[in-house]
Design a protein around this ligand. Structure first.
Ligand SMILES: [Zn+2]
Ligand SMILES: [Zn+2]
Length: 225
C-alpha cells in the first residue's frame, strides 16, 4: 500500500506547502536563485502503515492508513522526531496539529497578517465602534429599549445576529492571527473578549439566556491605544 496521488494532492493543498507542526511551519518548497526548486516535504503517517510502526498499534484498519485523515505533511526534522519518539507525539497531538494548521490557512486567506500595531488598530477599531454604536442605540440599556413602542428589543436581537456576532468573530480572528503585535495585558483582554463573544453568541443563537454570561471587557475600548 502507498499513498495515492489524489490523497497527496489533497495533502499538499491543505498544507499550503508548510510543515503542519504549528511550532515549526517550515517552508517545504525552497526556490533557489537559479530557478531550481527543492521539495523537502514528507508525508508522515499519524498511525503507522504497519502495526509495529510508530503509533501503529491502533484499531484503524490497515486499509485506511493511507487515507487523507491519517497522513500529515511535515518537514524532515518534525517527521523524524514524531516517528523516533512516538510516545511524545501521540496520534491526537498530530491530528490536532493538522486541524489547527488547516484552520489557520483558511483564516489567513481572509484575515490579513499586519505589519504593525497601527495597521491592526485601523482594522479592529471600526468594527468595535460599529458594535458599540449598535449597543448604545438598541442595547438593553439604551433609551430606545425603555420606550415600549420602539420595539428596540427586536431590533437589538436582529442586529446582534447580523452585525455584532460576525464583527466579534472578525475582531477575535484579527487579534489572534496578529497576536505577535499585542502586549501581554492585551492578550488577557482578548481572551476575556473571546469568552464574552462566545457567551453572547450562545445566548442569542440558543435563545437560552444565561445571566452569568461575562460582560464586554471595557479594556477592549483602549486596546492597541
Ligand atoms: Zn509513515
Ligand atoms: Zn517541521
Amino acid at each position: 500500500m502507498a499513498i495515492a496521488d489524489r490523497v497527496k494532492r489533497q495533502l499538499w493543498a491543505s498544507s499550503a506547502g508548510l510543515c503542519q507542526n504549528p511550532a515549526c511551519r517550515a517552508d517545504l518548497f525552497r526556490v533557489f536563485a537559479d530557478g531550481t526548486i527543492a521539495s523537502i516535504d514528507e508525508l508522515a503517517h499519524v498511525i503507522a502503515q504497519k502495526s509495529d510502526g510508530p503509533r501503529g498499534n491502533d484499531q484503524l484498519p490497515l486499509s485506511e492508513r493511507d487515507e487523507f485523515e491519517n497522513v500529515i505533511v511535515l518537514c524532515p526534522s518534525c517527521h523524524t522526531l514524531a516517528d523516533k519518539a512516538p510516545q511524545h507525539y501521540p496520534s491526537e497531538l498530530l491530528r490536532g496539529w493538522k486541524r489547527t494548521h488547516e484552520k489557520i490557512i483558511r483564516r489567513a486567506l481572509l484575515i490579513p497578517i499586519l505589519k504593525d500595531r497601527l495597521e491592526l488598530r485601523s482594522e479592529v477599531r471600526p468594527l468595535l465602534e460599529r458594535n458599540k454604536g449598535i449597543f448604545e442605540v438598541y442595547g438593553p440599556h439604551s433609551r430606545a429599549s425603555a420606550n415600549p413602542l420602539a420595539d428596540a428589543a427586536k431590533q437589538w436581537r436582529r442586529l446582534v445576529l447580523v452585525e455584532i456576532l460576525p464583527n466579534n468573530k472578525k475582531i477575535a480572528t484579527l487579534l489572534e492571527i496578529n497576536r505577535h503585535l499585542l502586549k501581554a495585558e492585551e492578550l488577557a483582554t482578548v481572551r476575556a473578549f473571546v469568552v464574552h463573544a462566545e457567551a453572547l453568541e450562545y445566548n442569542h443563537v440558543s435563545g437560552d439566556k444565561n445571566p452569568a454570561a461575562p460582560l464586554f471587557p471595557n479594556e477592549m475600548d483602549s486596546i492597541l491605544g
